[in-house]
Write a protein that binds this ligand. Structure first.
Ligand SMILES: [Zn+2]
Length: 295
């Protein structure tokens, strides 16, 4: 299967495969890429920590055994207080990553990434202004990203996990089968998802710096710069120039883990592109015919 075919398949399957392909990509800016990696590494430490605690709370084999997938005999029985314990673990996990008020892991990295974006923007404009921390675009990015994270590490999610484990126990699955499932569903087996979060949210924070600076410096044009191996969706934007505020936006108009950039242009003598009006792919996924047309 060629790369294009696999991406195409990923998109038509509802983005998950596509997202996984993008989860390991490098950014054009080394300092932005380093922050994305660091954020993911920090997330990953918590995945292992809390997966261990969940396995223990559910009376399942420990993480070493689960990783190795050794066989375990016997039928699994769900402990009485499992749900309550999982909820506590999940609450603590979320508290370590994101908080509406304080500067937890996620908030801290978004501010850093925003400042990388601002620094590059300012360099591009050859002005020596220092980046500021209080910014409405950054605030929105952190709030929205925080909500996405909270939705994943939520009590609702615990209810779904518990319902699935109960079903598996009733159908006579052994503890290792259940441990393996948990590992894939919410533990280390789902690390790609956290990498996706780290990269998508970092891109959004970089883009917020662009967005907040465009108005401030009255930049007339915005140009789309594709990542080195842009996908079908992003390729159509490569090198495109729009009037300020009229072009597509990184991630929300493309896909998670989009590492494209928007850069300011002071002068542009050709005709700019028409304003971008298509709804986000999340609202209306690209059809196979449209994707074909983008090749
Ligand atoms: Zn892209």
């Amino acid at each position: 299967m060629t790369r294009k075919q696999s991406l195409y398949l990923g998109i038509t399957k509802g983005l998950d495969y596509h997202e996984m392909v993008f989860a390991s990509k490098k950014h054009q800016w080394p300092d932005a890429d380093k922050l994305m990696v660091d954020l993911f590494v920090e997330f990953a430490k918590y995945i292992t920590k809390y997966e261990k605690e969940m396995l223990l709370a559910l009376g399942l084999p420990d993480i070493k055994k689960v990783r190795a997938g050794e066989d375990v005999e016997g039928k699994y029985v769900v402990p009485d207080n499992a749900q309550r314990q999982l909820q506590e673990i999940m609450r603590e996990w979320l508290g370590k990553i994101y908080s509406e008020r304080s500067s937890e892991l996620f908030n801290k990295y978004m501010v850093k990434q925003f400042n990388v974006g601002r620094k590059h923007f300012v360099e591009k404009m050859r002005e020596g202004k220092s980046p500021d921390y209080e910014d409405e675009y950054l605030y929105q990015v952190v709030q929205n990203g925080g909500k996405r994270i909270s939705a994943e590490l939520s009590l609702k999610h615990i209810n779904e996990i518990m319902a699935h484990i109960q079903e598996m126990a009733i159908s006579g699955k052994n503890p290792m089968q259940i441990g393996r499932w948990l590992h894939q569903a919410t533990g280390e087996g789902r690390s790609w998802w956290w990498n996706r979060i780290a990269r998508s949210e970092s891109s959004l924070a970089l883009d917020a710096a662009f967005e907040s600076s465009m108005e401030k410096y009255q930049i007339p044009f915005e140009e789309w710069v594709c990542e080195s191996s842009a996908c079908l969706i992003c390729s159509q934007f490569c090198g495109g120039v729009w009037q300020r505020g009229e072009g597509p936006e990184v991630v929300s108009d493309t896909h998670p883990n989009c590492l494209c950039l928007r850069i300011p242009r002071l002068i542009y003598e050709d005709k700019t592109r028409e304003p971008w009006t298509r709804p986000s792919p999340y609202d209306m996924p690209y059809t196979p015919i449209e994707l074909d047309a983008l090749r």
